[in-house]
Ligand binder design. Structure first.
Ligand code: PLP
Length: 422
């Protein structure tokens, strides 16, 4: 039984349990000037204090060095892609040369499907979750249509069993085996945005390979949330945004990963001048001389002004380490689950996120007995608690271990039950 008092929550925020880097973030304040309990880091992470100065540095380089900024100054812009890849490597468990930061997430999914969706004869199906994030579903369907397929037939949409809220690994594997000769590509959310389920990436990737298909993962809700081992799991490709748990700022530069085994292979790819090796890039010949790393998927020159805040944010992950973050994240989220269970004396809510710590990240998705949108608004305006809502009846609360406290979690759960009372 968890202690439900506010004083216990405050007590847990002792030096030992202190949020890892709270003081390094700008926490929005409510109308009384009190920091809000921010539970929406799964949607947009908070701003690190040093972000503004780090962007300003690049603006200064631009104003003082102009085009020479590409190769001169404290941080020559040419070096940004490799700095970002180095810092991302530990976050997603990959080698730096398997990572390229570019574009935004959905664009990266498109760029990767251009390579990893190769429909041939009967093998033309793509597998996604039935309740995948809309953008992923549209991307997948558009690729099928682009190659002359039928999106209604060639996309397999995985559904949970009747009465269940998330997918069972064994059911996913059963579908893969059932359609083994027809599946070209599997693209799943490693952490589903709606249910908060963390999938068994290693097992699903392994079976995907057994049936002769490519395994790709959308890491939007997994990167910076749960330690990943993309290289060791032999994941073929992955993409993620950096504005959620990674705190790189709205619309900041996204990530793409391609396993090194595909770097020299003759996979088709959409190309541009940044696909070309730097040594021969400016020869501008008609035929590309491609890099043999993930950078070959970068088509354009690096967007430095959004890379600067990404670098600021990723360096914090380097410093803290994913395992330390995950340990604290599990404490915060299990405290939140225990509090909800304890305070829900008349079963008004149900948590749809798996309880098994191998199958969830920071976020809990909670089914509520009323329209979740006004509920979230009232939690914000009456209690200074900011979470978010999803149709038809889900609220999502995600304590981010970099900056959230146990007291934030207590405030969020108390606000929920106060607002559900009447
Ligand atoms: C799972 C998932 N996929 C794709 C996207 C789309 O991201 P973007 O707008 O950066 O393309 C999001 C955005 O929240 C997401 O959560």
């Amino acid at each position: 039984m968890v202690n439900t008092t506010e004083s216990y929550a405050i007590h847990r925020d002792t030096d030992l349990d202190r949020p890892l880097r709270r003081d390094d973030f700008l926490i929005p304040a409510d109308s009384a000037g009190k920091p809000i309990a921010y539970m929406a880091g799964n949607s947009l992470g908070l701003q690190p204090r040093s972000t503004e100065a780090d962007i300003k540095d690049e603006l200064d380089s631009w104003s003082h060095l102009a085009v020479r900024g590409h190769s001169h100054g404290e941080h020559p812009w040419m070096e940004f892609p490799s700095l970002l890849a180095n810092s991302s490597a530990a976050v997603v468990g990959a080698m730096p040369h398997e990572i390229v930061m570019m574009n935004s997430l959905t664009i990266n999914i498109h760029m990767l499907l251009a390579s990893f969706y190769q429909p041939i004869d009967r093998r033309r199906k793509i597998v996604i979750e039935d309740y995948a994030f809309g953008s992923d579903s549209y991307a997948v369907r558009s690729h099928v249509a682009f190659r002359g397929g039928n999106p209604d037939k060639d996309v397999i949409r995985l559904k949970p069993r009747d009465g269940e809220n998330y997918l069972r690994t064994e059911d996913i594997i059963a579908v893969l085996r059932e359609h083994s000769s027809e599946i070209a590509t599997v693209l799943l959310g490693a952490v589903n945005y709606y249910s908060g389920e963390f999938m068994d990436v290693a097992a699903i990737t392994e079976v995907t390979h057994e049936i002769g298909a490519y395994a790709g993962w959308d890491l939007a809700h997994a990167a910076g949330n749960i330690p990943l081992h993309l290289h060791d799991w032999k994941v073929d490709f992955a993409a993620w945004c950096s504005y959620k748990y990674l705190n790189a700022g709205p619309g900041s530069v996204a990530g793409a990963y391609i396993h090194e085994s595909h770097h020299k292979a003759s996979l088709p790819r959409l190309e541009g001048w940044w696909t070309n090796k730097p040594e021969t890039r400016f020869l501008m010949g008609p035929i590309c001389d491609p890099l043999e790393t993930a950078d070959a998927w970068a088509v354009s020159n690096p967007p430095v002004l959004i890379m600067a805040p990404a670098l600021t944010a990723l360096r914090m992950f380097d410093q803290v380490g994913m395992h330390t973050l995950r340990a604290r994240s599990l404490q915060l989220t299990s405290y939140m689950r225990d509090l909800i269970t304890e305070l829900d004396t008349d079963n008004r809510v149900s948590i749809i996120t798996p309880a098994d710590s191998n199958h969830h990240g920071a976020q809990l998705s909670i089914r509520v007995p009323r329209d979740p949108f006004p509920l979230i608004e009232r939690m914000y305006s009456n209690h200074g608690v900011l979470g978010d809502a999803r149709n038809p009846n889900i609220i999502r609360l995600a304590p981010a271990p970099m900056y959230n406290t146990f007291h934030d979690v207590w405030r969020a759960v108390s606000a929920l039950f106060i607002e559900l009372k009447d």
